[in-house]
Design a protein around this ligand. Sequence first.
Ligand code: FE2
Length: 137
Amino acid sequence: MPIEWRDKLSVGEPTIDADHKMLIKMINDFEAQANIDFTRQLLSDTLKSLLEYGKAHFAREEMLQVRMGYLYHDSHRQEHRRLIRDIEAFARTYMTDASLELTPAVKMHILHFLRDWLINHIIDQDLKMKPFVMRQR
Ligand SMILES: [Fe+2]
């Protein structure tokens, strides 16, 4: 099931929401393509793009937080570092084991990890910024 954007995911800042929508799209595209042909190349391209886009997004978000004087800027930055490490470790696990069979169960596990990474860690954490974003208006 693809992830659907809903208004309650909005942090109230259009550039950050646009980034989150893009990350959702990347995971949904991965799911759609993996349902047709689940390959190591697809998995490696997806993890690479998520890591690249995720890093750029985190940098944009950290800049915004500094600009608006967000109180938890420092712990949020630490959290971003941890999220990068998590996806790098995940990529290492999956990309270095050549004997790993890409079964439907493995696909489900990967999708579960990616959704959790994005929705529970990235978007839920970012929603704590919303009152600060609203105060800027
Ligand atoms: Fe974010």
